[in-house]
Ligand binder design. Structure first.
Ligand code: 13P
Ligand code: SF4
Length: 304
């Protein structure tokens, strides 16, 4: 059944000139039909360089919006219209504009997990793979980092010479994991290296052997000469890594480390979109797009 769906998808995407982009948190069966699988940063820039006129995003809404902002000439579909990132909805552009007035000498750095509207009040955008590099390279010494307090805390610790103001938002999936679960996993797998995403709580991040974005964690595990790994991010990564490195062992930090927003996209959604009957076409007001894209272009200028 899965194979049959995948074959129909592969045939249709060619006929209809679609490029399928999938975030690494998607299931194996979706990654198999994608033209490109990557983390938030890689996905955002990939669409620009592909020849297809239509992009189908298997991920969450802000990812499809980012693609549309950077490639307005392409038709961009979000495979499942319900796939949103709760963190992206946590802060309001009007409220952040007011906060900016209170701290006029602070540059606003927005995690890419934000709405298009919120990006209009940001000076620069970052992803988890580039947040430290960009905040360090920026000329401004004072940084208001939104919306992820955990990522902001991690970045601020790497750059003690700058002043950070953080607001309390974050990823419910990564922030849910507690220090005790790390201690239990380490006890169960004493030889394993612990790799963690910086969206996790500071006390969890402190126990890590390596901290990195989704792509950073995967790259580290693939290249490492170690044999066992506890994976401190969404459990899809455990499965992908086990598939890529059958001679190594990968353990989930928690069995509940699942982003349900990422998981609602199915092969059926993809098939429906390609059949012209499903998903949602991303349409952005041109003025909003022009204002929001500035902070993403700035991110790219800094080299991601
Ligand atoms: P990255 O893809 O930057 O690792 O971010 C993880 C995530 O939670 C995406 O929503
Ligand atoms: Fe949003 Fe967290 Fe899910 Fe990523 S893992 S889409 S940040 S809720």
């Amino acid at each position: 059944m899965i194979r049959e769906f995948q074959d129909r998808i592969l045939k249709l995407k060619k006929e209809k000139d679609f490029c399928i982009l999938a975030h690494s948190y998607m299931s194996e069966e979706i990654c198999e039909v994608a033209d490109f699988v990557g983390d938030s940063y890689a996905l955002s820039i990939k669409a620009k360089s592909v020849p297809q006129k239509n992009i189908l995003m298997c991920g969450v809404r802000f990812m499809a919006e980012t693609v549309k902002m950077l490639s307005p000439e392409k038709r961009v579909l979000l495979a499942n219209a319900q796939a949103g990132c709760p963190m992206a909805e946590q802060m309001d552009a009007e409220v952040i504009s007011e906060v900016k007035k209170m701290y006029p000498d602070y540059a606003v750095v927005a995690y890419i997990n934000t709405t298009a509207k919120l990006k209009t009040v940001a000076d620069v955008c970052v992803t988890s793979s580039s947040a430290v590099k960009i905040c360090r390279a920026m000329p401004e010494k004072n940084i208001l980092f939104i919306p992820d307090i955990n990522l902001g805390t991690y970045v601020s610790k790497q750059i003690p010479e700058k002043n950070f103001k953080l607001l309390s938002g974050g990823c419910p999936t990564h922030a849910r994991v507690e220090k005790e679960e790390v201690l239990t996993a380490k006890k169960a797998h004493p030889e394993a290296v612990f790799l963690v995403h910086p969206e996790c709580r500071p006390e969890v991040v402190e126990l890590a052997d390596f901290v990195g974005s989704t792509a950073g964690i995967m790259d580290f595990a693939v290249k490492s000469d170690k044999k066992e790994f506890i994976i401190g991010t969404e459990n899809a990564i455990v499965g992908h890594l086990q598939h890529m490195c059958p001679d190594k062992k990968f353990y989930p930090l928690s069995k509940d480390f699942i982003c349900h927003n990422m998981k609602i996209t199915s092969l059926t959604d993809i098939l429906n979109c390609l059949s012209g009957d499903g998903g949602e076409e991303i349409v952005l007001d041109e003025q909003l797009r022009l204002e929001a894209v500035k902070c993403i272009e700035k991110m790219i200028e800094y080299g991601g």
